[in-house]
Design a protein. Structure first.
Length: 305
């Protein structure tokens, strides 16, 4: 059971190693300018493999439960499916329903574990396989695999790495769990943190943050919502930049210098160097080219809205 391309490596490995009896994914959704119905990445990949595909809109119907019972699965494997499994379905498989989650649980339960981990400045992430029960990512831990977050990593690179790592984790989990070689570990509720779903306003830069915190947000929000600020009501999207070491006494958001790049004052006397920037509706430009057509000068102040 999965929907986005994150789930594809797991689908591929399970199909290679086991008798994959069915694929559940979310139904085609309307998207794009023409609002055409678009199949999920898992749907398209499963079609290539000529697998049995099911796209229920909801799972708490008797017809869906009956369908799964008739399949008689040993395992249900869930990776970023996007629908909550009712208890009646969780109990159907012979060995149980297992979930692959892109964090080291109990840290970062919820919808956006990769982005929130990078935003928080974590130096390590990973994936967890757990035995599913009712609730949000709260089942007993079966297996975990760790991954370092490098300073050059962003949500795109970590997404790709964890997609592969999660597939390896789940294959190992199925192998060991079916033979009784895994000890379940209950999650420590005192160590729980939640990865809230991303919203557009998460991308608004608060210049009072340190430059390192702003850089973490830039890396975390690369695909959505992006990172943006405002100047004279113009929304400016920061595409690339770096924290720089320097001291200043200017108000956060103040432009400290304009040369080939734009240097902006941040909180705690830190500074952020904008390398690539984009005005709404325009193309991405290096800062020096952007400045040729946009009137910014030293001492100007970026707004929060």
């Amino acid at each position: 059971m999965g929907t986005p391309d994150f789930s594809i490596p797991t689908l591929k490995k399970i199909n290679e190693h086991y008798n994959l009896t069915g694929v559940f994914t979310q139904p085609p959704r309307q998207s794009g300018r023409g609002m055409k119905f678009k199949k999920s990445p898992i749907h398209l990949f499963a079609e290539k493999l000529n697998l049995n595909i099911h796209c229920p809109t909801v799972l708490n119907e008797e017809s869906v439960r009956s369908k799964i019972k008739n399949i008689k699965p040993d395992f249900i494997v869930v990776v970023a499916y996007g629908l909550i499994l009712p208890e009646g379905i969780l109990k159907i498989p012979k060995f149980g329903s297992i979930n692959g989650h892109a964090s080291l649980l109990p840290k970062w339960r919820g919808a956006s574990p990769i982005q929130r981990s990078i935003e928080a400045g974590d130096k390590e992430t990973g994936c967890t396989s757990m035995l599913m029960k009712l609730g949000l990512d709260n089942g007993p831990i079966l297996l975990q695999k760790k991954l370092k977050i490098l300073n050059k990593d962003d949500s795109v690179s970590i997404y790709k790495k964890l997609s592969q790592l999660t597939s390896e984790c789940l294959i190992e989990t199925i192998e060991k769990f079916s033979k009784g070689n895994i000890q379940q570990v209950e999650q420590n509720e005192n160590e729980v943190s939640y990865a809230k779903k991303l919203i557009k306003d998460d991308g608004i830069i608060e210049w009072k943050l340190t430059s390192e915190e702003i850089y973490n947000k830039l890396r975390a929000f690369k695909t959505f919502p992006g990172l943006f600020t405002f100047f004279n009501l113009d929304q400016l999207k920061i595409i690339d930049g770096l924290p720089v070491e320097m001291n200043h006494n200017e108000m956060p958001g103040t432009i400290l210098s304009i040369n080939d790049s734009i240097l902006v004052a941040c909180g705690n006397k830190t500074a952020f160097l904008i390398k690539y920037i984009k005005k709404t509706g325009k193309k991405t430009l290096p800062s020096n080219e952007f400045l040729n057509g946009f009137n910014l000068k030293k001492g100007d102040v970026f707004d929060n809205n």
